[in-house]
Write a protein that binds this ligand. Structure first.
Ligand code: ATP
Ligand SMILES: Nc1ccn([C@@H]2O[C@H](COP(=O)(O)O)[C@@H](O)[C@H]2O)c(=O)n1
Length: 220
């Protein structure tokens, strides 16, 4: 019998460092990695590019049904406006439903970027430990203060060439946090059995060490 894939679920708010940590854990364990935020960003970007309103549920659901793995490499997905668009479409239940199977399939049959099967997966997002993989043996909730997250994201966007002021980034993140926390379907939440890592005073190495110490033998 094929063993069940070993799953590390990583949740947390925007720019908390969960993607940085999740990618490093995936490399360390030789697991597949899925950034589920990119799926919502791809839906938001499709809606924007089609010239539709982000509140147009039918357009957003159709976009979610059409998302392909190939488009997740589009650098525009990482832009500030796309992040805001992602949060707007992520509250539409039909969008979440349309992306659910894809995420569950990856968790059940993780692969590398060439489609070769792997023994485990690291999946990051907002509802991985609570909705997508509630039975994951390892759940992490990565957090950091609002100001720390806004500073990190501001630096990242400036490096991407976006002309944006710090106050605007802070405002966007605060609004996105609130929207993600308060939506009626699959709100961002720390699963009761998740281990919280506050990266406010931790660099990437410190966050990785804290995660490894928690994981211990939980994946054996
Ligand atoms: N522990 C850390 N200390 C300092 N900077 C960090 C740390 N972790 C990540 N960063 C930096 O902060 C920025 C955001 O990190 P990352 O993309 O991992 O966050 P995220 O939670 O995945 O964000 P999002 O959900 O919006 O994609 C990046 O520029 C990254 O290099
Ligand atoms: N599992 C998830 C992942 C993401 N979202 C929504 O997408 C937005 C963008 O996510 P990033 O991780 O790339 O910042 C985010 O603000 C959420 O609205 C989600 O709902 N569920």
């Amino acid at each position: 019998m094929t063993p069940r894939p070993r799953i590390i679920a990583v949740d947390g708010p925007a720019a908390s460092g969960k993607g940085t940590l999740a990618r490093r854990l995936a490399r360390h364990f030789g697991f597949g990695y899925l950034d589920t935020g990119l799926l919502y960003r791809a839906v938001g970007l499709r809606v924007l590019r089609a010239g539709k309103d982000l509140g147009d549920e039918a357009a957003a659901i159709a976009a979610a049904g059409a998302v392909t793995a190939a488009e997740l490499a589009d650098p525009e997905l990482r832009s500030g406006p796309t992040g805001n668009a992602a949060s707007a479409v992520a509250k539409i239940p039909g969008v979440r439903q349309a992306l659910f199977d894809l995420q569950r399939r990856f968790a059940a049959h993780p692969t590398d970027d060439r489609g070769r099967p792997l023994l485990g997966a690291v999946i990051d997002g907002r509802d991985i430990g609570t909705v997508i993989c509630p039975d994951a043996p390892v759940k992490l909730f990565v957090n950091a203060s609002l100001e720390t997250r806004a500073k990190r994201r501001h630096k990242e966007l400036l490096e991407r060439g976006e002309a944006i002021i710090y106050a605007r980034v802070l405002e966007d993140i605060e609004r996105r946090d609130e929207q993600d926390r308060s939506r009626s379907v699959a709100p961002m939440a720390k699963a009761p059995d998740a281990f919280e890592i506050d990266t406010t005073g931790l660099d990437a190495d410190g966050a990785f060490a804290a995660a490894l110490a928690f994981i211990g033998s939980r994946l054996d």
